[in-house]
Design a protein around this ligand. Sequence first.
Ligand code: AHM
Ligand code: MG
Length: 335
Amino acid sequence: PEVEKVNTNIVTLTRFLTEEQTKHKEATGDFTLLCHALQFSFKSIAYYIRRSTLVNLTGLAGSANVTGDEQKKLDVISNDLFIEAMRSSGRCAMLVSEEEEHIIFFRGSKGARYAIACDPIDGSSNLDAGVSVGTIFAIHKLPEGASATKEDILKPGTELVAAGFTMYGASAQLVITMKGSTVNGFTLDNGVGEFILTHPDMKIPRARTIYSVNEGNSLYWEDKTKNYFNSLKEAQPDGKPYSARYIGSMVSDAYRTLLYGGIFAYPADKKSPKGKLRILYECAPMAMVFENAGGQAVDSNMKRMLEVVPEHIHDRSGIFMGSYDEVEKVKTFYK
Ligand code: AHM
Ligand code: MG
């Protein structure tokens, strides 16, 4: 009988990180250790999300976070899991979380050189319906000898050493990129409990007629925004208009856009003059992923998203990101 062909030369995230580490002579292994702690938090969050309906983890926690959103039970659990993973890694000096008003400093982690910004569960309004949500992370490195301060994280995205997200969908998908490098996608194999490299060197298609925006906000849009999105509903060179796709979970909308191409936007408008999405842990890490995959990301002034410097840790920005040519098209409407 024929034996099924099984791939036995599998690249796990651990193997990938180890191989990356050997490319950098100066590497100490700290980043690799940090990423181990990160992937543990993703696996745990994925596990709790999957079981939430069965173990009474749906619904509200009865509190609101700093940005005024009502917290879901899973927001709270995921935030706690993430914080503990970072603390226990011993490599994280400070952490900004969407769910925490202030920066958390891990003063016990002597010599830790990394500063992390995260949104533990992005898109949590979708949780109770079982719709995909995600965790977003952005990693900064402190200067040698620095004793972590707020200034070490109030930095533009151009300074990030790594960033990415995990989408909790039909399977958990982890996407990670490092400074000046490619974007790589991993799928969690629940059987072996490892993230497996399934999407090496991800490149976003150059153009695609798909747009992703909360059109319910069009009442508040400025004319440029209205004109741009209206133009997408007209016949394009192939005679057809764009398709609309909006999940309302940025991680999921971004992941689809990365794979299929198109444009994702959450523009600033009259209701949210500074936009809705937060710079440190939503806009900048996504912008790094999109740029390293060959796409673009800009704010509502068409400034490169990675160059936007937040004044406060929870500052927001408008954002347009996606295929290179689709972002170029946005610019023609905003110039
Ligand atoms: P959250 O971090 O509180 O979940 O909010 C962020 C989410 C994004 O995932 C998504 O793109 C956006 O908010 C959806 O907002 P809206 O419901 O206004 O369209
Ligand atoms: Mg969130």
